[in-house]
Design a protein around this ligand. Structure first.
Ligand code: NAD
Ligand code: UDP
Length: 310
């Protein structure tokens, strides 16, 4: 197949490009480099089955030739990034999703939106199944991301119902791995870089909030299975192995052999208190579950940051 990946120069997008090429597809990556980097795809330059278009998906998109599938991953994704680019985040979720859906229609291609566990907001149901509608503050600082993704899901499924487009949405939970930016502000790069340089690990709040971390190759495998199987409803893609942020800090200190201590900082507004995917649906309809444990995945990520931290 010939496949478009928006956000293809980003963290997950670049790994998705690698996987699709390894599976024998040809790939067009489209990205405006707002939070991504050509460094993530420079190893693909010069391949006949890969091309890169620098473009903003909120503007009219032209891609010559056929396309069989569109993955829409373009969007600022870390809380620091989407709070730095609030309007761009809303635009890429709304206008960018509209443009890419229109392109998929034009090309008679399938479509997958990279949605997020943030559609559940600060969840009142735990773990989160896909039937849960969420608890989002639309006007809070995180609302720009959460509501953009909720609107994007609504638009994708409207295209599915009204235009018969094979559109879907993967609700991706916290994903980590090589090619994350050391300064994207997320807990994984922050803690690893702090531990490697012997600085205190900055735990926000009392660290009792929970997250469940999924290694990037598992997330990418879930996205590919959604392309292949078209489940027709949003599906959670994440690792149900949950821990508190404090436990995670201790885990990173142990794994890196660091002498760093933990320092407590103010908890950002609306920071979700718990997060863990219910992946029963993914197991059933995609025959998917994560394979890479936290220790193995983090070891690879630590190796990456040993080379790439500032
Ligand atoms: P990332 O910032 O590394 O990648 C996003 C890419 O989109 C970047 O390369 C950026 O330059 C590009 N982009 C942003 N706005 C654009 C625009 N208007 N036009 C073209 N390109 C644009 O982030 P990531 O972690 O790889 O996330 C990828 C996708 O997965 C995002 O849609 C994100 O919301 C979703 N997601 C990620 C996670 C996670 O834990 N990493 C969790 C849930 C959802
Ligand atoms: N966090 C933290 N210290 C940091 C960065 C993040 O304690 O240096 C916390 C953050 O408050 C949240 C969790 O770690 O509770 C995960 O944050 P991240 O930014 O990775 O993504 P989120 O899951 O909030 O989207």
């Amino acid at each position: 197949m010939r496949i478009l990946v928006t956000g293809g120069a980003g963290f997950i997008g670049s790994h998705l490009c690698d996987r699709l090429l390894a599976d024998g597809h040809s790939v067009v990556a489209l990205d405006n480099l707002l939070t991504g980097s050509v460094d993530n795809i420079s190893h693909l330059a010069g391949r006949g089955d890969f091309s890169f278009i620098r473009h903003d998906v909120t503007e009219y998109i032209y891609v010559g030739g056929p396309l069989d599938f569109v993955f829409h991953l373009a969007s600022p994704a870390s809380p620091v990034d989407y709070m730095t680019y609030p309007i761009q985040t809303l635009k890429v979720g709304a206008l960018g999703t509209h443009k890419t859906l229109g392109l998929a229609m034009e090309k008679k291609a399938g479509y997958l939106l990279a949605s997020t566990s943030e559609v559940y907001g600060d969840p009142l149901v735990h773990p989160q199944p896909e039937e849960y509608w969420g608890n989002v503050n639309p006007v809070g600082p995180r609302g720009v991301y959460d509501e953009a993704k909720r609107f994007a899901e609504a638009l994708a499924f409207a295209y599915r119902r009204f235009h018969g487009l094979r559109a879907g949405a993967a609700r991706i939970f916290n994903t980590y791995g090589p090619r994350m930016r050391s300064n994207d502000g997320r807990v994984v790069p922050n803690f690893i870089c702090q531990a490697l340089s012997g600085e205190p690990l900055t735990v926000y709040g009392d660290g009792s909030q929970t997250r469940s971390f999924c290694y990037v190759s598992d997330t990418v495998d879930g996205l590919v299975r959604m392309m292949e199987r078209d489940p027709g409803t949003p599906v959670n893609i994440g690792n149900p192995d949950e821990m508190t942020v404090r436990e995670f800090a201790e885990f990173v200190i142990r794994l890196t052999g660091s002498r760093s201590e933990v320092a407590y900082r103010e908890l950002p507004l609306d920071d979700p208190k718990v997060r863990r995917p219910d992946i029963s649906l993914a197991r059933r309809v995609l025959d998917w579950e994560p394979r890479v444990g936290l220790e193995a995945g983090l070891a690879k990520t630590v190796d990456f940051f040993r080379e790439h931290r500032p």
